[in-house]
Structures are given as structure tokens and as C-alpha cells.
Write a protein that binds this ligand. Sequence first.
Ligand code: 7PJ
Length: 279
Amino acid sequence: MIDQLDCAGHVLDLSRTHVMGVINVTPDSFSDGGRHIELDSALAAAREMVAAGASIIDVGGESTRPGATPVSADEELRRVLPVIEAIADAHLDAVVSIDTSKPDVMRAAIAAGAGLINDVRALRVPGALQAAAECEVPVCLMHMRGEPGTMQDAPRYGDVIDEVCGYLTERVQACVAVGISRSRLLLDPGVGFGKDLDHNLKLIKHLGRIRDIGLPLLVGSSRKRMIGELTGAPMDQRLAGSVAAAVLAAWLGASVVRVHDVRATVEAIKVTDALRATS
Ligand code: 7PJ
């Protein structure tokens, strides 16, 4: 099993669980004034997350929530590049991750200081495998069925775990075929991406079977519909449910949990990791 990930010089030690904080740069306002305020608040959010113990900051400019509409590469770059540059200039003690599926965005983000590619389409966009190979940073390959616009239309699987494992194994092979070493890959079951509640629960409960592929895992269930379905809580009140899901994912083998509420999750993960390390 891989014991560390070298993210463009910033090494993540995989003997413990890492918390990835989410920064979405998906503006409602397209005015320059709005952009400046947004840049300041994104940098402030990144500082706060790192101070709270996040070791990865995931910056994304295209919403992949169910029903979201796609954006152009130019617009995505206009959103994320200033934020990545600002975080890199601030020399925060964290890896910047670029949440994108677009080859041009991958290249520009890595050149601007990002050290990890997080792709919900697992490098399936034409040119993405090649771009990721050239970037020489670790890549998270996530399972998604269909596209964000339609993925939640009655998803059906035979055995959801087998299908997710089969898909991820095929994507690992595609990466290896273009020269991306297995030691640069993370796998993610893609909670909520073309899955109903039962699929999501099975994937987390049986994370060990995905772990058997032999690569480190990333799990993101923070504030997702799954948590709302289980607790009845609206989006802004899913902290306890999200922390529980992060703790259990870590317990069951996730090396990275992707979350919105960094401080609470970091504290909970410290307790989890201490118990995991106890014989
Ligand atoms: C995930 C993600 C996830 C990875 C989003 C949301 C939807 N990337 N990007 N895994 N989810 N790797 O945060 O609710 O689960 S966007």
C-alpha cells in the first residue's frame, strides 16, 4: 500500500487521515467588484481551513451538484486561477487541489501552484489523461454515473460496489497506459453521483472492497443529500451527520475526507485516528 503522496513537493503522509476543505468559486455575481470580494473571501476561507487543520484545499469553479449546468474552460479559469495564485502566494501549509475535468484548467492550475488534480469524471474528458500525465501530480479518480445534469434520474445498479470497483479499475488502467504511475492515484466512490441513499450507504459500509484495489481512498459526503435524507436536516444544518459520515469513512479506510466544516471534522478525525492507531 502506498504510504505517501508527493503533491508537487508537498508530501502527504498517508499513515493518518487528511481533511480536504472545499472552496467553491461559482459566483452569482459576474461584476469585477464581486470578483474582488470573492477572491478575498476565498483566501480568508483557505487560511481559516488550514489553521483549523486541513491539509488539502480543493478549489472548484464548475458546480457538479445534481442538475448543474456546465461552464466553459475560460470561465472556469477566470474563477479558479486568481484563487489558486492567491493561496500559493500566501504559502499556506497545505496542498491546493484543482477540482476540474478540463485538460486546459488542469495545466493552468498546476502551473499556478496546485499540487493535486481532483476529477469527478476520472480523466474521461478527451485530452484529460494526457494533461494529467504531463502535470506529474497525484490525481483523484472519482466514480460518477452519467453527467451531473441527469445522474440522479433513477440510478440503477446490479451490485453497486462491483460496478464502482470495475469502473475505477478500468480508469486506473487507462491512467497507467498513458504513463501515470499507480503511486500517483487516489480513488473515490463518488457519494451522490448517480446513486440513491442505499447505494451511498453500501459504498461507505463496504469501502474495504474498494480499498482492496490497493490505492488510497478519498470520500466526500459532506452536507450531501444522503445526510439530509437520513437526518431530515436542511443543507446548512448537516454538520453532525456529515462529521459522523467522515469519521466512519476514515474508520473504514478513507485516507482523505472532503468536507465543508473543517474544524469540527479535524477534531473528530483526531479521535478516530487515535483509536485506529491503538492496538
Ligand atoms: C465530490 C467532489 C466528491 C470528489 C464534489 C458536493 C458536490 N470531488 N466534488 N469527491 N463532490 N473527489 O460537494 O456536494 O464526493 S461537488
